[in-house]
Design a protein around this ligand. Structure first.
Ligand code: NAP
Length: 485
């Protein structure tokens, strides 16, 4: 039987599509999925730079209920992932529930309902709102003097200008996180000249991205074979080692991973000077680990140069370094990352007693178990603040979170609850415990700066094991919530 609750999902990326499918499965049909862009896909729609690849193994980077036997490679190229989400969206007929070009601008909780204001004076109300707005969405532009004076092409890595033919152009890439490294890995030897501007060296894990044969793709159609391809001891060992290495940088797992990164550098970069420039001064995994076997060959290509002198300014035709050297450029790619603490913002959200989300999240975002916030009833976030990061599949994470959220929604529905919110003291205690544990991780102790750290310098992430996360998501502890009927 259809359930009456009126639900709004914000964002038609991986998490929003998941939320919609799971609502339908549970007979919640009175919902709308609002998407501000004109197509689905979230980060996989926005990012289309050369070399874009997911560093989670392909078969693990899918919904658990929609495995994909047809991936072309062990680690999927971005365009295939985008297509995968488009196909799932179509398969579940989500078009019927979705409004594109519909940006939610404001949300006010009044008389037990969320009142949503959208662009073009369109309004809606909802009993429950699920925020699925993503983390790596708002580009972070670097604060470099003269950036507006550049007369060539300058763009963020998530806004690739495909019409440009780079073959005869001098290209500069600023930033060497996963995006910058993948871009340089793909462009090495493909431009007239390629300059990679590195502020902080990165540790790099080799990534052997093999092709799946057509025989394998056919075999993966058998769920048993697909399962075998996913559930093998080496994979679980790698996940455990990774988890251990993040939480304890003196652990065997951490040492093992550090040795792989070090050997990777030594084996693949023979020039001592270049190797020195590429050697980080922090512990592996302190920054999000970068996976690539393309980067070292690409940066050693005769047409490439690694630039480690800091940038002084951008001028009309290039970049001037602190030592006054000028590098003339036709194109500058800003692979400078994302504002990772926006979440629902810039939506102007007001909860009970007109409390503003901006104020509640000052100085830094927090949420009970990353999902719900005191004073913001019936609002649930997928991949919200301080949630699991690391290199785990965010799809799997979102599935566990959605399972938890569905139980709360079901409680609201069955008990005719008007609103549900986590208790203030429970949320504060949780956040204090989380911050304490986060200070023991390599993200805090590894001697680096990274986008994992919030404005207070605390890692904004789940600081316990993956197993702990799964356990926490099994069932909401209702005693930690306040209810109003
Ligand atoms: P990022 O990891 O935040 O890296 C930003 C880079 O820009 C850093 O190297 C940073 O240097 C540099 N930078 C920023 N401002 C600068 C300035 N003013 N001058 C010089 N350099 C500057 O961003 P990202 O590479 O876009 O990656 C973000 C996240 O997206 C990843 O960590 C990952 O979670 C995700 N991602 C995943 C994949 C995948 O394969 N799954 C691919 C791409 C992205 P410093 O290090 O010195 O700060």
């Amino acid at each position: 039987m259809q359930k009456d609750l009126r639900i709004v999902i914000i964002g038609a990326g991986m998490a929003g599509i998941l939320a919609a499918i799971r609502l339908l499965e549970n007979n919640y049909k009175n919902f709308t999925l609002y998407e501000k862009a004109d197509q689905v896909g979230g980060t996989w729609r926005d990012n289309s730079y050369p070399g874009l690849t997911c560093d989670v193994p392909s078969h693990h980077y899918t919904y658990s209920f929609e495995r994909n036997p047809a991936w072309s490679r062990h680690y999927s190229p971005g365009p295939e992932i985008k297509e995968y989400f488009q196909n799932v969206f179509k398969k579940y007929n989500l078009q019927k529930y979705t409004k594109f070009g519909a940006e939610v601008k404001s949300m006010d909780f009044i008389s037990n309902q969320w009142h949503l204001g959208l662009a073009d004076d369109f309004n809606d109300t909802a009993d429950v709102v699920i925020g699925a707005t993503g983390v790596l969405h708002h580009p972070k532009m670097p604060d470099i003097a003269g950036i507006d004076s550049f007369q060539g092409h300058i763009f963020h890595s998530s806004k690739w200008q495909h019409e440009l033919e780079l073959e005869n152009l001098n290209v500069g890439v600023i930033g060497n996180g996963s995006s910058g490294v993948q871009i340089v890995g793909a462009l090495g030897g493909e431009c007239k000249s390629l300059f990679h501007f590195q502020r902080t060296a990165q540790w790099m894990m080799p990534l052997d991205n093999g092709i799946f044969s057509s025989e394998e793709q056919v075999a993966f159609q058998d769920p048993k074979i697909m399962n075998e391809a996913m559930q093998f001891d080496e994979y679980f060992d790698a996940v455990n080692r990774y988890s251990q290495a993040l939480l304890d940088m003196e652990s065997d797992g951490a040492k093992e991973m550090a040795n792989i990164c070090k050997d990777n550098l030594i084996e693949n970069v023979k020039d001592v000077e270049l190797r020195k420039k590429l050697t980080p001064d922090h512990r592996p995994l302190c920054k999000r680990l970068v996976w690539s076997s393309d980067y070292y060959p690409a940066i050693q290509h005769p047409k490439s140069e690694l630039v480690v002198e800091s940038i002084s300014e951008i001028v009309r035709d290039g970049i001037v370094l602190a030592n006054s050297r000028k590098i003339e450029l036709d194109v500058i790619v800003l692979a400078t990352g994302f504002k990772v603490d926006s979440f629902l913002r810039p939506i102007n959200v007001k909860g009970l007693d007109a409390i503003k989300l901006n104020d509640y999240w000052s100085p830094t975002p927090k949420a009970y178990l990353s999902i719900s916030l005191p004073k913001f009833p019936n609002l649930f976030l997928l991949n919200g603040p301080n949630g699991p990061v690391g290199n785990f599949s965010l799809i799997d994470i979102a599935e566990h979170q959605m399972n938890y959220i569905l139980q709360l929604i079901s409680y609201i529905n069955e008990n005719k609850i008007n609103h549900i919110e986590p208790k203030h003291n429970i949320t504060e205690e949780y956040e204090a415990k989380r911050a304490e544990a986060a200070k023991k991780t390599v993200w805090y102790q590894g001697g680096c700066n990274s986008w994992y750290l919030n404005d207070e310098g605390i890692p904004a992430s789940w600081p316990w094991t993956y197993k702990d996360f799964v356990e926490a998501m099994k069932e909401p502890k209702l005693e930690n919530f306040s209810f109003k009927s």
